[in-house]
Design a protein. Structure first.
Length: 186
């Protein structure tokens, strides 16, 4: 058996690099429409496991892990996809559970008043740049993923979130704050 680990917050493009070399004979990326719904975890596969089978296993694991949250999602003001989009942003913006819940509360506050989310992580996803590399021109770029110029959530998840980020999206910290800053140290 081959052990393949996909960390929380990876995008589908990152996942290819984590395949064992013997397991990845075809250099095609995973389909982007799977973004957000491939559960980050450690999987055990054989050399005979196809990429499609691995994606199916990851989707099934996602469905199993999210099942206990379906009632809470249904009771929220968000769809399942919205929660996963929000969780994917939280995954990329915060490091620990306390920070994730606080960031979630701030993002909820912004959504409640129809304020632009202004999240660098969505531009990082769009442009494959780090926050430090973003320019003024990048912040003005016209794209549904630019949460500086567009209000609301981006059209799709920007990463594959773990359970902590999903929980934070569902159960945000109540906070009066509208802004946050996350540095490398958390």
């Amino acid at each position: 058996l081959l052990r393949v680990t996909f960390p929380e917050g990876f995008v589908v493009a990152d996942m290819r690099a984590y395949y064992p070399e013997a397991y990845a004979p075809i250099p095609e990326p995973l389909p982007k429409d799977e973004e957000g719904f491939l559960f980050p975890d450690t999987y055990y596969v054989t050399l005979d496991t196809t990429e499609g089978e691995l994606v199916s296993i990851m989707r099934t694991t996602f469905a199993e892990k999210i099942a206990p949250y379906k009632e809470a999602i249904g009771a929220s003001d968000f769809t399942m996809e919205d929660i996963i989009i929000l969780a994917s942003i939280i995954e990329r913006e915060a490091k620990d559970m306390a920070s994730k819940k606080r960031v979630s509360g701030i993002l909820h506050n912004r959504l409640d008043i129809n304020m632009a989310l202004q999240v660098d992580a969505t531009l990082d996803y769009l442009l494959d740049k780090t926050s430090a590399e973003l320019t003024i021109e990048d912040l003005e770029r016209d794209s549904p993923f630019n949460t500086y110029t567009r209000r609301g959530l981006p059209p799709t998840p920007i990463a594959n979130p773990g359970l902590e980020s999903i929980e934070a999206a569902l159960y945000p910290e109540e906070t009066p704050y509208m802004y946050y800053l996350t540095a490398d140290d958390g």
